[in-house]
Design a protein around this ligand. Sequence first.
Ligand code: FEO
Length: 399
Amino acid sequence: MNRKISEKIRYVGVNDHHKVIFEGMWPLPFGVTYNSYLVVDDKIALIDTAEADFSKEFLSNIRSEIGDRKIDWLVVNHMEPDHSSLMKEIRETYPDIQIVTNAKAVPMINGYYGITDNIRIVKEGDTLDLGGATLRFHMAPMVHWPETMVTYLVEEATLFSGDAFGTFGAVDGEITDSGASLCGWLDKSADCFSEFRDEMTRYYSNIVGKYGQMVQAALKKLSGLEIKRICSTHGPVWEKHVPDVVAYYDRLSRYGAERGVCIAYSTMYGNTAKAAKALAAELSARGVKNVLHNLCTENVSYAYRDVFKYDTIAIGAPTYNNDIFPPAYNFMYGICARLVKDRRFFAFGSYTWAGASVKKLNEMAEGQGFSLVSDGISFPQGYTSAKCDMAAIAELMSR
Ligand code: FEO
């Protein structure tokens, strides 16, 4: 991989093709990158580090770019350990390095790594002169941790954005979006943004999703900056597709969605599953885009992605303990926790002697401000098309 993004910017991050589950929850079918960058001038700044397992490769990447030169500053945009956990190794390798970060990161640096000295605290708009290259710092709190900030290389209109504009997926080929491709996946004739968009949606919905309002505040703050290049901590470096990714993040953080139905169901003996599949078939017959997710067998990561992608949510849950069957309850809880808004909603599910799941799902949906497509379909015992008029529901959803 060519690590030279520009004369002054070098990519020293790593691809992780080994981790199966990110943060203990989210699958990585295409891997992930931990991006880190050097800004090289009279002085050198390293922006963020990488995940702990990649110490040797990370340090080797740095050496291949700057040889025996010392690094003067480690800029910490974000303290989550996938980007900060090689901080101690960096300090051991470059003992004079000064950490540059904001006040909210300081106790985290101590708490995670026991480091308390040689830290420079920066505030909104502060700058660091590397001898021609100027780094300027902008706070972006709660995107998606409180200490989050971004760093702007003034002379190259380049934004080191932390997790913002990031995506799951290891990057094959080049690191910039002119030559990057997602782990050998999808249609190679697709452009880089199209190729990564679903994994970006999944990353955003799984990890950042709750903080749409804060992302909006950060986008507003950054809207006055000329941005020619975005160097995120995950995924390709965006150059050609800067307008696309900024517009897409704006849409995601406004909870904007395209027409379509995310059908997510849970099932104990297959009856609610049959109802879900009947709804999918009726929607398809009417040309309404729909996706089916089995919450009992799939990781919910993909269903969250599609909740952020489509404007209608249909959740199927049997009644269990006079309540919502737990896989569906957990999923609905996650939707509410992510503060998803502006969606149409439909609940369905079977029961044996008393139905409760549909009523309770509707209550959660109304609490979220969703508009109910109908009162839902709560049906006794086995599925039949007579008990579940999914054609009527699909008709309502097609409008
Ligand atoms: Fe990629 Fe919030 O860490």
